[in-house]
Design a binder for this molecule. Sequence first.
Ligand SMILES: [Zn+2]
Length: 435
Amino acid sequence: MFSDSPVNVVGFNHTETHRKGKTEKSSQYNGLFTEDKSCDTVDVKTVETQTDAFENIDIGKIDLVALNNCLEKGLRLLKTECNGWPEMHSYEEKIQKDINDDKTIKVSLRQHPSFGAKNISALGWNCSGDKLMVATGEHCHTQWCNHLNSVFVYTISDLENNGSTVSNKLEVTSCITCLATHPTNEYLITAGLYNGELLICNTNDNMSMVSLEWHSQPVSESLWFVRSDLRVVLITAGKDGYVCVGTMMSDKIKFIQRICRYLVGIPGKVGIQCFDYSNRHFLVALENGKISSHLCGTTRNIKEDQVLEAVTVKTYNGCSLMIENIQFCHKNSTTFIITQFDCTILLYNVYQKDPQKIIFNQKLITRLCWSLENEFIVYIGEDNGELTKINLINEKTDSIKKFKSCDIIAMKINPKRKNIAIGSLQGEIYICKYE
Ligand SMILES: [Zn+2]
């Protein structure tokens, strides 16, 4: 069947036929002209390859005088021709600009004895922007999770002085799925766990903590929020399909006992994949790709059994089963964005069912951060380790930085300084300027 195929390689079978409409890409690099022809994959299969044995070269039979003349001719040709060749220094400048500069702080968690062969799962800045928390956890589970994991606390002043000291550490016996920092208290963090537990921890006070059993399955997301009445609320979403909202006294770890739980998914079947919250709405993307917003009535005088009736649900038309990120705009809470596994970014208005805009990205998007200052700028992390800025008005994309050999798995903008923290699956942490 494949006898007329021009090239056989292990894994893929390529032909040189060009698909119409597909453009050929060519580029000039250091004087060498390379051509990258697009080729269609017609089938995926594995074939055995055989390497031809090298023939023995008998050096005694070579006419070394003739070889020497030939090399001298080549050298003369190079000397006369090289004036017209492209110069390298302009290209070098471009490399320096594109690839990591000295201003990027790099810390490897792999050096830390309790990191070992683990993965980074989440990171977060405290509200004053001077501490970075990094959590670990497995990304795939085939059995019950009782893995030992940690939250590592770094001080930015130490990192800026080329240090890599872990100033504090919290150890837990489950994988950490999400991290959140308190909006006004610089010491409080929450860690959502794979076993459904939610920990509130004081990083100032020997890591003392409170455990909340709000979920029966992994916590997908936890967030703190200051409401318009200045009450601080803690909101979580889980793979059990529930969203939980608890009100908190701002400076102490003390909750008002009533916790509102909203069932959005289907317990045991469809959990919550991504979650975000604004002053009025919460926003849910389920594991089956369904997107909905919930206008919640968690006001003081609503009786417990009326809470669910006070929620207005709106659903949205998406076009993928796999949603990677969902986020409200910080500047305008009627706008939200989702990123999908098919490399699309969808921009919605909360009151409209269909996306206002669909932007196609060339690479897989793993993480998304909406600019804190500009409602039309988002930053995305891509699976090839690239940090990219996207303008939502003109859809222009600018590559800011590329971190070699890493999958960006966590990404947070510092709320006080103009930098962004990036965590790779493999345990590298980068802090860089992002403008
Ligand atoms: Zn685990």
